[in-house]
Design a protein around this ligand. Sequence first.
Ligand SMILES: *[C@@H]1O[C@H](CO)[C@@H](O)[C@H](O)[C@H]1NC(C)=O
Length: 319
Amino acid sequence: MLKYLAVICLVFFSCHLVAAKLQVTPNNERGIKVANGQTAGEHEFPFIVSIQKQLSSGAFEHLCTGSILSSTFVLTAAHCLDSSTTLVVVYGTYDNTCSDNCKYIKVKNQIAHPSYQKGTERNDIAVFELESALPIDDSTVSTVSIDANSIAIHDEESDSSRLVLISGWGALNSNLDYPKKLQKASVPIVKMSYCNNLNLGGVDIEQICAGAGNGRDACSGDSGGPLFRKISSSSKYTQFGVVSTGYETCGATVSRGLYSNTTFYLSFIQTYVPGVSVNQDSDTVNPGDIGTGNTGTGSQIVYTSLSFIVLLFIISLIF
Ligand SMILES: *[C@@H]1O[C@H](CO)[C@@H](O)[C@H](O)[C@H]1NC(C)=O
């Protein structure tokens, strides 16, 4: 009887260790880049912009990613708001280190969702109004539509039948190495429980959990960027989510990300951007396998299997 109790205690202790390892910093906003993705083509996603802040030197520095809803409005995350400095939207380029020859427009109004909660990152969505109109030409600068129908949730992380794209100038890994060129990767939308097993505190319907746990992930700097797909019948794209928050070590094998569900927030968006286009066409393109992964080689996985071996060893000592 004592032996059984000991085993139960050990199992509990081991699980507790694994759970402790998976704890995340609750307020892990993603200000920056796609981990384990690949470089996007020039003008491949003409609706994606780099939101930058002006430093005291006068130079601009990437803060967040955003998407163009209309000639004067950009969609991003509420945690990207920064009223302490001038923000600009750099458009028409996939290289955001354009410095002198950057094409940019100043942000006039930063409008966060009225119920945005810092920390829990609920309602992490915002629209930025620009000082003047973007030169929409549909090839180098274009708008994105908000999808009226939510994309199906995968029951299995390995089901690649309905992948979506993420893209941004966020960090390439958790060491915060930033790219110059826009990155892209494909990820599956999965059940919220996958995010909440990492203690991300995601809320169904309001938020979307995405990632196969294969290292492909949004990272610091991708924040505010889109979760999207191409519409089959046109050259345009439709957006499902906004990069919000995620696991502390973006790009780790276990990592997944939380996105604000733009279909859910459509009425908030329409309040400020009545002209936003809404996509009703559910026929969208599966982007397929885009990006690299480091499946099965993360420290988290090693840790888990190591504690299992230690547990087996202790059990063999008891019996
Ligand atoms: C996103 O919001 C829409 C509208 O509320 C909802 O129907 C859909 O299920 C949500 N998507 C997810 C993945 O929760």
